[in-house]
Design a protein around this ligand. Structure first.
Ligand code: PHE
Length: 470
């Protein structure tokens, strides 16, 4: 997976708009190949949506009060990206940059599923759904429903699997299973299994389907990973490698002009001329910056729709989810407007800890985003209490919430393309001196890997062009 721009040293200059993960990756790879890069970043710090908040930080948002982060020593909140799949290029950068990683627990049998007003452990919800689905399929097989579909021999193999899949009884009935968990765990004695499941009707009515399949996807399957100490280790290490002096923060781009022999970029600190430009900022933000790239480019930039996304970090004085619920990392899935609760996959048994009390997008994120930070916290606590009880409100030390659609110069959690569109191709394959990069130009939207893959694609094409030019 080694990535290198080959074919001799180039001396071209490149101005990169935006020092998020795409911009930083582009600068890093171009820098290795000898290019002279300057990054213009409108925000006060690099990283974009890769944002880790710690005690002493201050989070501002558009049309709202600033929040002072009061977390204790060692407590952090990944307000943006939080998990990395092992196949993603993000891990290659962690390896190359010497960023230690640890497991991110994305599936925890001990976490809860809260749907239709009921709370059960994930292990219980799974055992019941798998059990009954297996029983039904076994029944269908015995009734001959599959006789014209598969051979008798295949039916035997299928039944053998269904017995294991559902932990079925001798008559291929689901009668509950130790997989559901125990009210008293086995030890010197056999323990007390959770009593028999509800009926098939009750289990179906519980509506746990979405919740228990969350990690089936190729991008959510266990194991997943996170950098030790916070996601922004990626920003820190990329910044160091690029050279912090190449990044101008608080630099808002006001105009982009493509010329015959280069690109001129006006920003709040002056004007910069370079041979090439990589616009690595959100499309809806770029669309508003005056440029001479043509009306079709502006229209294309306006096509992807920004999607709201938000999270709240809740810092507690005890790790009651470990002590009382025996939840070590993982995610509780809900049908409430908080969508998920994330338990920390690090610093187990520490004194304090931080939960993600909601992580939502679209309508629910708009709902929370429209509230004051205090009301967001209140609402998140009311919802979480439905799952965890009164202790969810006790021992809370501090909280911080982010509404990405209200973050200046970002204005969204990610984007959604209304359809597969020619705008996508137009912006991905530009042939002028201005290139576009970002997760929004890939099939890995809302992943750092998307930003990195896009950056690599753009610098490859830019480099080929430089090598071909006289
Ligand atoms: N990458 C984000 C996450 O892991 C958003 C996302 C969710 C993207 C699911 C794709 C699929 O939560």
């Amino acid at each position: 997976s080694d990535f290198t721009l080959r074919g001799g040293k180039a001396a071209a200059s490149v101005v990169i708009l935006g020092a998020g993960v795409a911009g930083l990756t582009a600068a890093y790879e171009l820098g290795k190949a000898g290019y002279d890069c300057t990054l213009l970043e409108a925000r006060e710090r690099a990283g974009g949506r890769n944002l880790t908040l710690r005690g002493g930080d201050r989070l501002t948002e558009a049309r709202g009060p600033a929040q002072d982060v009061r977390f204790g020593e060692g407590v952090y909140f990944n307000a943006g990206p939080g998990r990395i799949a092992p196949w993603m290029v993000t891990l290659d950068y962690c390896r190359e940059l010497g960023i230690p990683i640890e497991t991110f627990v994305n599936n925890n049998a001990a976490a809860y599923v809260h749907t239709n007003g009921e709370t059960v452990r994930a292990r219980t919800a799974r055992a019941d759904m798998y059990g009954y689905v297996a029983e039904l399929l076994a029944k269908a097989t015995h009734l001959g429903a599959l006789d014209r579909v598969i051979t008798k021999n295949d039916q035997e193999t299928l039944l053998d699997f269904l017995r294991r899949f559902g932990d079925l009884g001798p008559r291929l009935r689901y009668e509950g299973s130790e997989r559901r968990g125990f009210t008293e765990w086995p030890g010197t004695g056999g323990g007390a299994p959770i009593p028999a499941p509800g009926t098939l009707h009750q289990v179906l009515a519980a509506g746990t389907g979405r919740a228990i399949t969350n990690d089936f996807g190729y991008d959510q399957a266990t194991p997943m990973f996170q950098p030790v100490g916070g996601m922004d280790a990626i920003v820190k290490k990329l910044t160091e490698a690029v050279g912090a002096d190449r990044i101008r923060t608080g630099a808002k781009v006001t105009k982009v002009t493509a010329l015959a022999d280069g690109v001129e970029v006006a920003y709040t600190g002056g004007t910069l001329k370079a041979d090439y430009c990589i616009a690595a900022l959100p499309p809806h933000v770029m669309a508003r910056i005056p440029h001479n790239l043509g009306a079709d480019v502006t229209a294309a930039l306006r096509t992807p729709v920004p999607v709201a996304a938000g999270k709240i970090g809740l810092e507690y004085g005890t790790r009651w989810w470990e002590l009382e619920d025996r939840i070590y990392g993982g995610v509780t899935e809900t049908d409430l407007d908080i969508t998920h609760i994330w338990y920390p996959s690090h610093d187990y048994h520490a004194e304090r800890g931080l939960l993600v009390g909601y992580y939502n997008s679209e309508k629910n994120a708009e709902l929370y985003g429209a509230l004051t930070p205090e009301d967001r916290r209140r609402r998140a606590l009311t919802q979480g209490k439905k799952i965890h009880g009164e202790k969810y409100r006790q021992n809370l030390l501090s909280s911080v919430s982010i509404a990405w659609q209200r973050q200046e110069h970002i204005e969204g959690g990610w984007v959604r393309w209304p359809s597969v569109d020619s705008s996508f191709t137009l912006l991905q394959r530009t042939d002028g001196r201005v290139y576009f990069a970002g997760d929004w130009l890939t099939h890995l939207i809302a992943w750092q890997a998307g930003a990195m893959e896009s950056a690599r694609d753009v610098v490859t094409r830019l480099h080929q062009r430089v090598l071909q030019s006289p």
